[in-house]
Design a protein around this ligand. Structure first.
Ligand SMILES: Cc1cc2nc3c(=O)[nH]c(=O)nc-3n(C[C@H](O)[C@H](O)[C@H](O)COP(=O)(O)OP(=O)(O)OC[C@H]3O[C@@H](n4cnc5c(N)ncnc54)[C@H](O)[C@@H]3O)c2cc1C
Length: 334
């Protein structure tokens, strides 16, 4: 009897029963890989009160959706989610397992990988099939792109941020199978969700902002950072940052742009006091106009932007703010 090739899996992310965009993007990429491997795409969706969402995943390219639909699965639960996915993976033996680099994916993926005794590549920016159809999981490193492979263990696991792959076109006529999962009753959850407090994000969301101002280590201190923040507010732009700005406590992780942060595609990106390291720059996908302010005229960032300003940002930004204010006042009085 001919054996069906191992499927490509996507672990779906949902909040309040709304499947996140990154899941659809991953289904699109899984479809491409599965077509090359001549296999199927299978999604695992866990939640409560799930109705039309499996059909949405099928419309995006999934052939089969494993659905865990129960009050216990309403919110991401590490032990329960891991257990369900591990048991199902042992049974179905997927070749590839993709998760979003979301709060859930970042925590769930290593737990599942450890239980399945396989490898995991975090924050991939590309996935292609290489020699012997082994998955090349690409990440930026050492000033270039590095392909990580997991040639022996299965599944080959990767996390990918939202915005890395395009969202596929939906085909409402696609058909697929929905398989109901039984909640294991031998898992004793050690964590109980008592309340969910939603953080209200301030200002313009980074991922959809037409203008992004990003600050880096060159800001120097909280006062220097405040100037960059003021510039972003004045331009009604979203404020992003590099890793050192998070490490210094000037900004939080949610605003970091790059390989391990958010992907942005603004009409205009202004990078202030940052060096243009690949891990940051891969997060700026499809920006139309890019501007950098850096004190060092030899900074590699200048090779990657359309307009470069060689200056101390601590002196330049306050002047720029004044000029923008003057310009805005003139517009009002005209
Ligand atoms: C696995 C991995 C994942 C990573 N993921 C990310 C990620 O997602 N996002 C990210 O950002 N980083 C990431 N990093 C870190 C990344 O490699 C860089 O270290 C980081 O992006 C550098 O930040 P920076 O440009 O602000 O700092 P630096 O590289 O230190 O550059 C500071 C720049 O500021 C300039 N400067 C100094 N003073 C002034 C001044 N007064 N006025 C103007 N310019 C000035 C300097 O000339 C310099 O070019 C990752 C690293 C690893 C290993």
């Amino acid at each position: 009897m001919e054996q069906t090739p191992a499927p490509v899996w996507v672990i779906a992310d949902q909040i309040d029963c709304r499947v996140l965009s990154v899941t659809f993007q991953l289904i699109g990429q899984a479809r491409k890989l599965a077509d090359e491997l001549q296999t199927s795409v299978e999604a695992v969706l866990l939640g409560d009160n799930i109705h039309d969402q499996p059909q949405e995943l099928i419309a995006a390219g999934a052939d089969r959706v494993y659905l865990g639909n129960a009050p216990e699965l309403s919110f991401y639960h590490p032990a329960l989610y891991t257990e369900l996915i591990v048991r199902l993976a042992r049974e179905r033996q997927p070749a590839i397992m993709l998760l979003g680099s979301t709060s859930m994916g970042r925590e769930l993926a290593p737990q599942v990988a450890a239980r399945l005794k396989t490898g995991l590549t975090a924050h991939c920016i590309d996935l292609v099939l290489g020699e012997n159809q082994v998955l090349e999981q690409r990440i930026p490193a050492y000033g270039g792109l590095l392909s990580i492979i997991c040639p022996e263990k299965r599944p080959q696991m990767a996390t990918i941020a939202s915005g890395v792959f395009p969202r596929p076109a939906m085909n409402a006529d696609r058909t697929g199978e929905v398989v109901q999962l039984k909640i294991p009753d031998d898992v004793a959850p050690r964590i109980e969700t008592l309340e969910v407090v939603r953080e209200e994000s301030e200002g313009v969301p980074l991922e959809s902002a037409p203008v992004v101002v990003a600050g880096g280590a060159g800001a120097g201190d909280p006062a220097g950072w405040q100037q960059i923040d003021d510039l972003a507010r004045l331009l009604n732009a979203a404020l992003g940052c590099t890793r050192p700005a998070v490490d210094e406590g000037w900004s939080d992780l949610e605003t970091m742009i790059g390989q391990s942060g958010k992907m942005v595609s603004p009409e205009c990106y202004i990078g202030v006091g940052l060096s243009g390291e690949l891990q940051h720059m891969v997060g700026i996908v499809g920006a139309q106009i890019m501007v950098a302010v850096n004190i060092d005229e030899k900074s590699p960032v200048f090779e990657q932007v359309d307009f470069g300003i060689v200056d101390d940002c601590r002196e330049f930004i306050p002047v720029l703010i004044e000029k923008i204010k003057e310009y805005k006042e003139r517009q009002v009085t005209c």
